[in-house]
Design a protein around this ligand. Structure first.
Ligand code: CS2
Length: 459
């Protein structure tokens, strides 16, 4: 094994002649997108779509990635001049592509001026986001939490960048959220508006007139990359090491509301769906895929499993996943024309069973407080209105309470301390989900729900 790193020179010189690469002249492409949160998901999804759109002839959509906190991805990607690989894995084998769409990674806390300058550059047309649910700095009622949305938040960089564009007489940007939030575009527009209202009200009308915030549904399962994965990629590249490698499944889906103020890549030429209303797809994805995922995570961990494919192969847990999707989530969704929720559930079960992905349950278990509202509570509330029970989600809730009580080790969640306190008390259900609970919502835990949860916890 050599220590040679993947970069444009080593790729051209040492990689296998048949390595799949982007093919376009990377250096000739201008930057069109500034992306916040350049983690594994973005690299396996939006950047991969953008790379293939440029390979198909689209031009000048290179991406500047921004990390809001850690310098880890910058250390992985900048020495490689932004090059990295995406490996698709299934029971049938693996397929690796070298992706060229990312130009550079900036680390916001160390290079704030460069981040603002990138947003304010005349060629920049889109700012996009995979900053995870907690990156939006929402209070429990969904409004912007001013204590969280400070100088290190995404809003501050956006406000500075947009102000500079306005002052320079440039047009606005499309702000495209690619996170797993219900109505992610509308939420971003509202939260950005609240930030400006408090910090720079004079910029607010310009933002509203010049920028757009389309909603998107993003879907691809991307487990965290391991040292073993990197070794396998090096083997596929005749010894070249890729510190930024990402592993994923062959499946991917991207549904985008077509509201861009300054153009966009021709993502539809490489499989994305541009629609006028994303909601039916987004709701199905959040309630079925992500809802089942979170249940599999907490219930699977409680049963001693490590990976999603193991949990879903456990007959009892597999049945719960199916019931959650088909009997609890699907009846609450108004499908778009042509959207087949039964077929969607079948496809999800097959994806969860992928034995080559090794998707860790503990990765999904993190940040439950940020995920559970749109994954479970909306489904519970909609079923409650119709007088239906949700035994599979309630099994998930019981297992989450167990998780919050420390059953799976330290809890990784921005609200960890409050959640631990709520879950430890005698009436955890009320402290978590009651009218004054940490996750109070439209769902009211009634007597049958409480007794199901208590039954699971006693077992
Ligand atoms: C997962 C998602 O970690 C999680 O919470 O449910 O990251 C999931 O893998 C993706 O949304 C799939 O598109």
């Amino acid at each position: 094994m050599t220590d040679l790193r993947l970069d444009p020179f080593t790729l051209a010189t040492f990689a296998p002649a048949d390595a799949e690469t982007c093919g376009y002249d990377r250096a000739a492409q201008a930057v069109g997108i500034v992306h916040f949160g350049i983690g594994a998901f973005h690299r396996a999804h939006q950047a991969w779509y953008t790379d293939r759109a440029m390979a198909a002839g689209d031009r000048d959509w290179s991406i500047i990635g921004v990390s809001l906190r850690s310098a880890e991805v910058a250390h992985q990607m900048n020495p490689q001049e932004g090059l990295y690989t995406v490996t698709e894995r299934s029971g049938e084998g693996a397929h690796t592509r070298v992706v060229g769409a990312v130009r550079q990674v900036l680390v916001a806390p160390y290079e704030p001026e460069e981040v603002v300058a990138a947003l304010a550059a005349p060629g920049t047309r889109i700012a996009s986001f995979t900053i995870t649910e907690k990156g939006y700095c929402r209070a429990a009622d969904g409004s912007l939490d001013p204590a969280l949305a400070g100088e290190d938040s995404v809003y501050r960089f956006l406000a500075d960048g947009l102000r500079r564009r306005r002052d320079a007489g440039l047009g606005g940007l499309t702000l495209m959220s690619c996170d797993n939030l219900a109505d992610n575009g509308r939420q971003l527009a509202r939260l950005m508006g609240q930030y400006l209202q408090a910090r720079d009200p004079a910029l607010l009308p310009w933002f509203e007139a010049e920028c757009s915030c389309p909603s998107t549904m993003v879907d691809r399962i991307v487990p965290a990359t391991t040292a073993d994965d990197r070794e396998q990629v090096a083997e596929a590249l005749d010894g070249l090491r890729d510190e930024a490698a990402v592993m994923t499944e062959p499946f991917s889906q991207w549904v985008i509301e077509d509201r861009f103020v300054a153009g966009r890549p021709r993502w539809e030429s490489v499989g994305a769906e541009l629609v006028s209303d994303v909601r039916p797809y987004e709701t199905a994805k959040l309630r079925m895929l992500n809802g089942a995922h979170s249940m599999l995570a907490y219930v699977g961990l409680a049963h001693g499993h490590t990976y999603v494919h193991e949990a879903v192969a456990d007959p009892q847990i597999g049945k719960l996943a199916e019931a959650l999707m088909r009997e609890e989530a699907a009846p609450t969704i108004v499908a778009a024309p042509g959207q087949d929720l039964g077929a969607y559930a079948n496809a999800l079960l097959a994806r969860f069973a992928n034995p080559a992905l090794n998707h860790r349950l503990i990765q999904i278990a993190m940040d439950g407080s940020q995920k559970i509202p749109q994954r479970w509570l909306e489904t519970l509330a909609a079923n409650q209105q119709q007088g239906r029970e949700c035994p599979a989600i309630l099994a998930g809730i019981a297992a989450w309470i167990r998780h919050l009580r420390g059953a799976n080790g330290p809890v990784d969640d921005p609200l960890a301390a409050r959640l631990a306190e709520a879950a430890a008390g005698p009436d955890a259900v009320d402290a978590l989900f009651g009218p004054a609970g940490v996750l109070a919502s439209a769902w009211q835990p009634d007597a049958p729900a409480r007794s199901r949860i208590a039954g699971h916890l006693a077992a």
